[in-house]
Design a protein around this ligand. Sequence first.
Ligand code: FE
Length: 368
Amino acid sequence: MKLLEVCCGNLESVHAAVRGGAQRIELCRALELDGLTPSWEDLKEARRLYPGLVIHVLIRPRGGDFCYSAGEVRQMAQEIETALSLGADGIVIGCLTPEGNVDLPAMRELMAVARNVTFHRAFDVCAWPFQALEEIIGLGCRRILTSGQAPSVAQGTDLIRELRNRAGGRILLLPGCGVTPANARYVLELSGCTEIHASATMGGSSTSAGCVAAILQAINPSTMYQYTPVENRANCYILSLDNRVSIVEALTAFCLEKDIPSGEISGLGAVSCATFRFLDPVTLKYVDRTFEEQMEITNLTGNISRKDGKPYLHLHITASREDYTCIGGHLLDARINGACELFIKAFPGTHVGRRQDPETGINLYDFA
Ligand code: FE
């Protein structure tokens, strides 16, 4: 099982990370400064609301470099004690000298009060990474968060793999920086690591539950669904989608498994994130909007056809919000959070294609 650590810059992001299925977070604030020590109110509230969540706390008193004065190191030691007293499960720190070495005296002072320490991305500006690796191991740190000294981790996997080989199990390498659902699996495979770090913001400023779930699904791929054929009704199936999967990915996989050329879908469930699509008939432009919130699918209805030889799902949804109002529309995709129960009727032997109509911009049925 691969582990995802979600970097959360505020309490909203913690809620989204938990909704998306995160088991560990790094709590901080001011992500625009690459993270500072979080507000104690956020830490207290996260601890109170999520007793089972593993919370690592960043201790960084200011932005800029990682060369701290004696006074700053004393302040950091006090912040570590406060964070631990408020229920932090681990501490994230990193101190360097102006020459780009690990600041051993400062780190020793902090290690004396810290627990379960991750050395953060200060490592990525170390002048001699292999020497720094040995020093960080010698200090007793548990992990190094690193992009492999590259601008984004996808370019740094070679160095991370080399560090991991040299460490030989004495410390965990935690790849991070620029991790997306599309590259997370590749980063873990190329670096050989078992944990990964991401802010999962999908381009925005706050963590997206859908993005967290998508990264988890990418690093721990599951079968995505269970199903049973319906007795005495040929080509009908009852489907249960796995938690946190994408509805479209899971349904597409099922259509491929059963080789369904056309059919109909209905169902209900619960989602943490859904993207709706609206076609503006004047501009013929698609307008997509993502709702990052817990919703009940009050109705999901759709059909299956083929386009360019692949399953093509046309789905419409109404979803109920926390205040019991509903939103609805054409569903581009959604992430399950809870359950999703579907009924599928397949029409084997009936080929229904799709072609894009230039006048309306719609992918119309094509029975040719
Ligand atoms: Fe539609």
